[in-house]
Write a protein that binds this ligand. Structure first.
Ligand SMILES: [Cu+2]
Length: 274
């Protein structure tokens, strides 16, 4: 990469511009991909935020495609502005909450935030320094935008870092299947809820294991046996308020127990007693 980039900087600035444009479009598509994945795995159920996620995915793909096809300053500026506003939405939801939803820090969110800054730098850099002269705006505006570019990138990066540092975050494993081994009731199993998803959603425990459920969201949730008439046993944490923890004992009879959140029925998982 570096060896092909160096000679271009001095001799063919246009090819550096083309690389920036392609890089920016790629980063934008990556942010759209992360949002699509989050949308499909739970965010689609969150009011307003779910719709915004879908809009983000569509806009990111359309703008990235346009930026790839059209070597125009306006298109690159629109795509750069979009990347920055997506980042703004993330920072706001992390810091203050947005439309009644307060985001919890996750790896996917942090990665998306970093990629959005990257897309802004690449597409904004292209628009301000490499776009064909014929597609540039008035010279004075251009000079002003160039001067504001680096400070703007610094502010965006700082806002992301502060928002991330202020968010509690959770280090629980992702939605994978987890098995804990332990001797009977001595062991306990930790389940956390964040952004309307159980982590882990599927797990196996010994009979009677203490299940500790922590709600990291800003709204109440429950962890409730799905089939209340399951003859093997039932369980229900009742409402767990934002930031609170509740415990219950896993059924003593081996079997598979589907569970859900009785407030948000789309939140589901399976507890296996073995
Ligand atoms: Cu819930």
């Amino acid at each position: 990469m570096a060896s092909t980039m160096k000679p271009s900087t001095s001799n063919r600035p246009r090819s550096v511009g083309t690389m920036l444009r392609i890089l920016g479009a790629g980063l934008l598509i990556a942010t759209g991909g992360i949002h699509l994945d989050l949308y499909l795995t739970g965010y689609r159920h969150i009011p307003t935020i779910g719709t915004l996620f879908l809009l983000q995915v569509i806009s990111a793909f359309v703008l990235a495609l346009l930026a790839l096809v059209l070597a125009r300053r306006t298109v690159a500026l629109a795509a750069a502005g979009f990347a920055l506003s997506t980042l703004g939405g993330y920072v706001l939801s992390l810091w203050f909450g947005l439309f009644g939803f307060k985001e919890i820090r996750t790896t996917a969110g942090v990665v998306a935030g970093i990629l959005e800054i990257g897309a802004f730098v690449a597409l904004g850099g292209y628009a301000l320094f490499f776009a064909p002269a014929s597609t540039r705006g008035p010279a004075q505006l251009q000079a002003l935008a160039r001067r504001a570019f680096v400070p703007l990138v610094a502010v965006a990066g700082l806002a992301l870092v502060i928002a991330i540092a202020n968010s509690p975050g959770v280090s629980a494993p992702g939605g994978s299947t987890t098995t804990i081994s332990g001797s009977g009731t001595a062991a306990s199993m930790k389940v956390s809820i964040r952004n309307f998803v159980f982590y882990p959603a599927n797990f196996t425990v010994a009979p009677g294991t203490t299940i500790v459920v922590t709600n990291n969201d800003t709204v109440a949730h429950t962890l409730t046996a799905l089939n209340a008439s399951n003859p093997l046993g039932k369980f229900d944490t009742g409402n767990i308020a934002a930031g609170k923890t509740a415990t219950f004992a896993a059924p003593s009879k081996p079997g598979s127990y589907a569970f859900y959140c009785s407030i948000h029925s789309f939140m589901v998982g399976t507890l296996v007693v073995k």
